[in-house]
Design a protein around this ligand. Structure first.
Ligand SMILES: C[S@@+](CC[C@H](N)C(=O)[O-])C[C@H]1O[C@@H](n2cnc3c(N)ncnc32)[C@H](O)[C@@H]1O
Length: 195
């Protein structure tokens, strides 16, 4: 916790990038994972969540365990044929495959829907075919699906929203320097705890 007494619940924090995003998963079977993904999606500012071919159990129980389900629209598509994304929304697959783009080197589309694979298995070939891009998180093996979703959403917010530059020294940016314009912080970025 910063000595500056930052208030993470200030209405103007966190900074949100332009555009919108959605996140979902194919053939999800565990309610806990779906509930976690929905909760993180709400926290990171998603516009909606979706599932493709999710099991009934995952959907029903996730509705109980996730507050996110109460706050965001959720689309439950039975199969790929039913999937209907808004016009101009690019589909970004998240899968640990050789051909995927390294997430740290990826430019996120302003309008994006991220799709993750099932707990047991991977994104299906037809879905990968349908993706505009596929990204991989730099881990040595697959991590939990809800965690993978949170990492991708964090990367989106970090790379598209406006934050002060990281300082060279360990620690956070000097807010006095930031106010004097020494540290590069865009004018539109709210300073935490400053209203
Ligand atoms: C637990 S993994 C699936 C299991 C995995 N195919 C296996 O058995 O080795 C569930 C989903 O999380 C996502 N995922 C996990 N780790 C990932 C990574 N390092 N890069 C990209 N996606 C990842 C993918 O969408 C994947 O389909």
């Amino acid at each position: 916790m910063s000595k500056r007494g930052m208030n993470v619940q200030a209405t103007n924090w966190p900074p949100m990038p332009r555009g919108y995003f959605a996140i979902g998963a194919e053939r999800m079977s565990k309610a806990l994972n779906l509930g976690n993904l929905m909760r993180s999606a709400h926290g990171f500012g998603a516009s909606f969540t979706f599932t493709i071919g999710a099991t009934y159990q995952a959907l029903e129980a996730a509705a109980d365990t996730s507050k996110g389900r109460n706050h965001l629209p959720h689309y439950d598509w039975a199969g790929l044929d039913e999937m209907a994304l808004p016009q101009g929304c690019q589909l970004v697959g998240v899968e640990l495959i050789d051909e995927a783009i390294d997430l740290p080197s990826f430019r996120h589309p302003i309008r994006a829907a991220y799709v993750l694979g099932p707990e047991l298995g991977s994104l299906s070939p037809p879905l990968i075919e349908r993706c505009d891009h596929v990204v991989k998180i730099p881990t040595r093996f697959c991590v939990n699906v809800a965690m993978a979703g949170a990492i991708v959403m964090y990367d989106r917010v970090k790379s598209l929203a406006r934050f002060a530059d990281r300082p060279i020294r360990p620690g956070g940016p000097d807010l006095d320097e930031t106010l004097r314009g020494v540290t590069n912080m865009p004018e539109t970025t709210p300073i935490r705890g400053q209203g």
